[in-house]
Design a protein around this ligand. Structure first.
Ligand SMILES: CC(C)(COP(=O)(O)OP(=O)(O)OC[C@H]1O[C@@H](n2cnc3c(N)ncnc32)[C@H](O)[C@@H]1OP(=O)(O)O)[C@@H](O)C(=O)NCCC(=O)NCCS
Length: 198
């Protein structure tokens, strides 16, 4: 099986992070910066009870300082090409986040995570945002494989990879500790050749 497409550059991170990605209908994606901290934290605060069942970091104790520290880490990892953490804006207003959490350069693979402000649910923003990020990942980050892992029971989340044509590959039993319980994760995968032939 052929490995990658760029020979010796396989282990190099992407050359440059995108300044912005367009996802259509007024939705744009921007690498997160500390300038987003107040707006991002306000959105997390508004949505804490929705995020808590699925996102391990969204604990009652998650405060503005934790948010700033996380953004600073994302800025470093984005700059290194080892992650791609983006805020989602609709007509300029911050409405969520989507990210390649950590890029495995050796295996040219990563996992995509996301959350949306509840007021913006149900209009296709996240599906469009994920489509744009997956395209960027295969085109500019030299990725071979992108995963989306969703807690079993999180049907809104699983609907996104299904809509985008990912393959459902199986369930990782009790793979994530969220708040007070082990969560089984449903794994969806997309390979570059399948994305590009769609
Ligand atoms: C998971 C989450 C991002 C899904 O949000 P969402 O709004 O359902 O997803 P989308 O933005 O892609 O919108 C899809 C919905 O818009 C509708 N829609 C309208 N226009 C659409 C379009 N052009 N394209 C796609 N969907 C469209 C779809 O029918 C669907 O609604 P339905 O479920 O009522 O049928 C959101 O529920 C969330 O943030 N949950 C909490 C955090 C979380 O679970 N994160 C994931 C952890 S794995």
């Amino acid at each position: 099986m052929e490995r990658g497409t760029t020979g010796s550059s396989d282990l190099k991170p992407a050359a440059a992070i995108p300044a912005m990605l367009e996802a259509g209908e007024g939705v744009t994606l921007h690498p997160v910066t500390l300038g987003d901290a107040a707006e991002l934290y306000a959105a997390i605060e508004r949505n804490r009870s929705r995020l808590q069942p699925w996102l391990p970091w969204a604990t009652p104790g998650y405060g503005p300082e934790e948010a700033r520290a996380f953004i600073a880490l994302c800025e470093r990892e984005n700059a290194d090409g080892r992650a791609l953490a983006l805020v989602i804006r609709k007509h300029g207003a911050l409405c969520g986040s989507v990210a390649f959490h950590r890029i495995d350069l050796r295996n040219q693979s990563t996992s995509l995570g996301y959350w949306l402000d509840g007021e913006h649910e149900g209009s296709g923003i996240m599906t469009r945002a994920c489509r744009a990020v997956v395209t960027e990942g295969f085109r500019s980050y030299n990725l071979h494989r992108i995963e989306i892992r969703c807690g079993t029971g999180n049907e809104r989340s699983a609907a996104i990879p299904r809509r985008l044509g990912f393959t459902e590959e199986g369930i990782l039993r009790e793979a994530e500790w969220v708040r007070d319980r082990w969560v089984d994760l449903r794994v969806f995968g997309m390979l570059r050749r399948d994305w590009e032939s769609k």
